[in-house]
Design a protein around this ligand. Structure first.
Ligand SMILES: *Cc1c(COP(=O)(O)O)cnc(C)c1O
Length: 222
């Protein structure tokens, strides 16, 4: 007991004040999540819709849920009514689907553009070319129920710290480009979500504003 609380407090004291800690609670029980909640924590991340919609009704309403995993378009309607931030917006068709459901739910939904920064093929995300094409063709005004809030990325799963750093630097460059080109006067576009248990220190050095941390809070997942 107290283990989760201790980890949260240690991480919060370590992180700069303006970096948001998202506790990644995938595979964790509502009891474990409540331990973090009772330590004052409110931002949690889940990567699977089924799991998120099973847990959300069992937990306090003031939790801010971040969706951090690939979202299928046919599942958008389940999360739009309550989600706080969709960090894993990875295609134009998904953005359109979220906008449509947001209109129905009469909500504005904050989204991050997930950008493919890893060397691994299987990871999801936009390329910079796709993002530039989308916004320069006037894509965003049509999606009036979305609040474009920044970018998200996942580094390659590797022990090579320099490679990870290069990938995070690239994400920060992407953020700066998109910001300057399309959101220069929009203060809501401000987040760079990068960094997990193994690499958050590097991410923070490279400009992260949101870190997504699971195992360093809850312990190793089964
Ligand atoms: C699981 C996961 C994390 C957290 O991973 P840890 O290594 O346990 O900190 C962060 N981001 C995403 C997208 C994840 O799926």
């Amino acid at each position: 007991m107290g283990y989760i609380r201790d980890n949260i407090e240690r991480l919060k004291s370590e992180l700069p004040e303006d970096v948001l800690l998202v506790a990644v609670s995938k595979t964790e029980s509502p009891e474990s999540i409540m331990e973090a909640y009772n330590a004052g924590h409110r931002n949690f991340g889940e990567n699977r819709v089924q799991e998120l919609i099973a847990k959300q009704p069992l937990l306090p309403r003031d939790i801010e849920w971040h969706l951090i995993g690939h979202l299928q378009r046919n599942k958008v309607k389940y999360v739009v009514p309550f989600v706080s931030l969709i960090e894993s917006a990875d295609s134009v068709r998904l953005l359109e689907a979220v906008n449509k459901e947001a209109l129905k739910a009469d909500r504005k939904i904050r989204v991050l553009l997930q950008i493919h920064i890893a060397k691994e093929e299987h990871k999801y995300g936009f390329t910079m070319e796709e993002i530039e094409q989308f916004f320069s063709q006037g894509g965003s005004p049509k999606l009036s129920s979305l609040i474009f809030s920044g970018v998200m990325g996942m580094a390659t799963f590797t022990d090579d710290r320099e490679q990870i750093r290069e990938e995070f630097k690239y994400l920060t460059d992407c953020y700066t480009n998109v910001k300057n080109s399309f959101f220069r006067n929009d203060e809501r576009f401000r987040e760079i979500s990068m960094g997990m248990s193994g690499d958050y220190a590097i991410a923070v050095e490279e400009g992260s504003t949101i870190v997504r941390i699971g195992s360093s809070i809850f312990g190793e997942r089964q």
